[in-house]
Design a protein around this ligand. Structure first.
Ligand code: ZN
Length: 344
């Protein structure tokens, strides 16, 4: 089969479309014929050699993907050949105490598709059936490939960790990213009023079209927390969805109201930041670290993907042999939503 692999550490040019052995489905596993894959910021960390847990190149990257069931391993009962499926990339062990307690996203032996082992930039992948998600009919393969992970993040942050309630004000910082576009939709679905930060007139329109009530252009207003205060009668937002990292985390804290919650996940502008502790302590902010949803949470948001309340936002679709160009697009300033690799 063909796979888009990195041949070494470096920029997007490290990707090569190469011939590799087709995997087969072991006991309890399903072989998936992949039709689309979603690009993810994790690619950049691995590609640049900053993720110590990845195997050395050559490696097939790709965290997100969707396709159809091509073959069943021994003992698989929940799927049949031809079923359309998406992938939960969190390969939990299903045996450790958190897994047995239903908290599989906290698995003590977690291995992530496309991070700890070969991923979805390939024609086939074999995975345990517990990682397969039945596809909502409404979604085509491109949307399906990027319809799980951004919502696994946004749902876990806003619903599970943030406990966002109808009528609250949610600030989504960096609303043009894959997870940002998902967060605007999830916050609206939870009944919140949404303020979003983004750049450029075009992105502002796109964010409003997703349902944002107010948009702050962070290029025009770099101190976006001041703008958020103005939009909230001087108080600040009840909840802040922060996925940008060092460049924005202090302002995100300042944008929350006294007693507000700041939800943090993602750090592509830097993992270490200087924070004024008084901005947390004196204003009694709750800062909640976040990662990804477990299976029960995925089951909560799947109906919203099926009925159209949540619609994955796609920036661009690239053919399988254009992995280099697709990777370059990840860092484009005007990117809005997810970059998809179409696999033929
Ligand atoms: Zn486990």
């Amino acid at each position: 089969m063909k796979a888009a692999q990195i041949s070494g550490f470096g920029g997007p040019e490290m990707f090569r479309l190469t011939e590799v052995p087709t995997p087969s489905a072991g006991p309890g596993e399903v072989l998936i014929r992949l039709r689309a894959a979603g690009l993810n910021r994790a690619d950049i960390n691995i590609r640049e050699g900053r993720f110590a847990e990845s195997p050395p190149p050559p490696m097939t990257l790709g965290v997100e993907g969707a396709g159809e069931v091509a073959a069943l391993g021994e003992g698989v009962t929940a799927f049949t050949v031809g079923d359309r499926v998406a992938i939960n990339p969190m390969k939990f062990c299903a045996q450790c105490p958190p897994c047995l307690d239903g908290r599989d996203s906290e698995c003590l032996h977690m291995r992530v598709v496309g991070e700890h082992f070969d991923g979805t930039y390939a024609q086939y992948i074999a995975l345990p059936e517990r990682l397969l998600i039945p596809a909502p009919e409404r979604l085509g393969y491109h949307e399906l490939a990027v319809g799980i992970v951004p919502y696994m993040t946004a749902w876990h942050m806003l619903k599970t960790r943030g406990q966002v309630r109808a009528g609250e004000t949610v600030l989504v910082v960096g609303a043009g990213s894959g997870v940002g576009t998902a967060a605007v939709q999830v916050a609206k679905a939870l009944g919140a009023k949404v303020i979003a930060t983004t750049s450029s007139d075009r992105k502002q329109e796109q964010v409003r079209a997703l349902g944002a009530d107010e948009v702050v252009d962070y290029r025009a207003e770099p101190d976006f927390h001041e703008a958020v205060r103005k939009l909230t009668g001087g108080a600040g937002a009840d909840v802040v969805h922060e996925t940008v990292g060092a460049a924005t985390v202090q302002k995100s804290i300042l944008a929350a109201r006294h007693g507000g919650r700041v939800l943090g996940m993602g750090s592509h502008t830097g993992r270490t930041a200087e924070i004024d502790l008084w901005s947390l302590y004196r204003r009694e902010i709750t800062f909640l670290g976040c990662h990804l949803s477990n299976r029960a949470e995925i089951a909560e948001f799947l109906p919203l993907l099926a009925d159209g309340s949540l619609t994955p936002v796609i920036d661009s679709v690239y053919p399988f042999d254009a992995a280099v160009e697709a990777q370059a697009r990840l860092d484009a300033p005007d990117r809005f939503g997810k970059v998809v690799l179409s696999i033929d």
